[in-house]
Design a protein around this ligand. Structure first.
Ligand code: PMP
Ligand code: GLN
Length: 417
């Protein structure tokens, strides 16, 4: 390890579930260049010292190493629609291979504006490199050093590092189990004069919880007259079950005025590897967002944007059918898992099912998830890695965006425990 002169370097404990295989660990010391003194080069301190490799990378690698069924990282094991893929090759061959406009291809932005028009108050759309880039840009654009960014635990792992890299502090407010609703009084109590951004996520990863219209009213009452920007992660907007309606912040005129609403084509079109998402916000907020986006990514892969625009135009039923499509998968998985010793309530949204494994093992979730992968042959995501305070129960997350035969094989193994 290279130490900075005069600075004692204390090893920092990794966050639970974040890995000990930090990519910088074990790196050889840099050899001095010709003519330089032999003194080792000082290494700047890490900006994210306790962050390791994400749990998704870790569990997917472990699943691959063990030959386990991978229900950990969220991605479908089935293909994107054939017509969408055909449109990609069409645009590749037609020579649409140069930079797209910074805000996104016009045809795709128009399709989005049409799709969300029924709930869009007044908004601009920017196409981004996945929802991840949009989340990062939104938080960088509005969180200043010393500000507070409120996030709800269990919280998707990308929120806090984005806040910290902006010099802000993440304030964690726990969701209330077992339904994982937001305790609005607790939100009120956690606000300070430094609260600048509140990050919402509905349908919620990893719990599947969804916000309802009363939640939006409670939020509006809290942020009214405060200089708070809302970053609303709605990547599972079309994956919501049992007749519930997705309560986008765009549906609420007062909230939409101060919201950046973020979504992902990866989830909607079964193509997580494309990493294409979008952000909708009123013009003044979008202006600030684009100032960051243009220097983080500038623009997003052209032929995929054109293909998505074509497919949205020709096949609007694709996203309209998603609730039924994924509800059938959720129901199958829950039915298959019913005889097991896992306890659960069917997920209200997302393609994740939260389960309580307390009747099977007293182990901490990270250990149990690793053992489940190695010994049972099914990989899952432990929930504690998304929480500042350890969760009160023993939860794992399974992804059911899988073919029926994958879910059947996995459930067969899980029912043996
Ligand atoms: N937010 C949530 C809640 C997610 O689950 C994901 C990805 N699974 C993202 C953001 C990132 O989306 P993308 O892959 O489009 O960057
Ligand atoms: N969002 C995906 C999940 O929750 C993973 C994305 C990633 O691997 N970074 O599983």
């Amino acid at each position: 390890m290279i130490r900075e002169p005069g600075r004692s370097v204390k090893p920092l404990a990794p966050r639970p579930g974040h890995l000990d295989n930090n990519s910088t660990k074990g790196e050889p010391e840099q050899a001095p260049s010709a003519g330089a003194s032999a003194a080792p080069m000082s290494r700047p301190p890490s900006k994210l010292p306790e962050v390791g490799t994400t749990i998704f990378t870790v569990m997917s690698k472990l699943a691959a190493d063990c030959g386990a069924i991978n229900l950990s990282q969220g991605f479908p094991d089935f293909s994107a629609p054939a017509e969408l893929l055909e449109r990609v090759s069409h645009h590749l061959r037609a020579g649409h291979n140069q930079y797209a406009p910074m805000a996104g291809v016009a045809a795709l932005r128009e399709q989005l504006a049409e799709q969300i028009a029924f709930r869009l108050v007044e908004g601009e759309v920017t196409v981004t490199s996945g929802a991840t880039e949009a989340l990062f840009c939104a938080i960088q654009a509005f969180a200043h050093p010393g500000d507070e960014v409120m996030i709800f635990d269990p919280a998707y792992d990308a929120y806090e590092p984005a806040a910290r890299l902006a010099g802000a502090r993440a304030v964690h407010v726990p969701l209330t189990p077992p339904a994982f609703g937001i305790d609005w009084q607790r939100v009120r109590d956690s606000l300070t004069a430094r609260t600048r951004v509140i990050v919402l996520n509905s349908p919620h990863n990893p719990t599947g919880a969804v916000l309802d219209a009363a939640d939006l009213e409670a939020l509006a009452a809290i942020v009214r007259d405060r200089p708070i920007v809302l970053v609303s992660d709605e990547v599972y907007e079309h994956i919501i079950f049992d007749g519930r309606r997705h309560e986008s912040l765009l549906r609420h005129a007062e909230l939409a005025e101060r919201a950046l609403v973020i979504s992902s084509f990866g989830k909607t079109y079964h193509a997580t590897g494309w990493k294409i998402g979008y952000c909708v916000a009123p013009a003044p907020l979008m202006g600030e967002f684009r100032k960051v986006h243009q220097f983080v990514q500038f623009c997003v892969v052209t032929p995929m944007q054109l293909a998505l625009a074509d497919f949205m135009d020709s096949t609007p039923e694709h996203y309209l059918d998603l609730p039924a499509f994924y509800q059938a998968k959720r129901d199958l998985f829950c039915e298959l898992l019913a005889p097991s010793r896992f306890r659960f309530t069917p997920s209200p949204g997302t393609y994740f099912q939260l389960v309580d494994y307390g009747a099977i093992s007293p182990e901490p979730d990270v250990d149990f998830a690793r053992r489940l992968t190695r010994e049972t042959g099914v990989a899952a995501i432990p929930i504690s890695v998304f929480c500042q305070q350890p969760p009160t129960r023993r939860w794992l997350r399974f992804c059911f965006a899988k073919e029926a035969r994958t879910l059947e094989r996995a459930a067969q193994l899980l029912c043996r425990l």
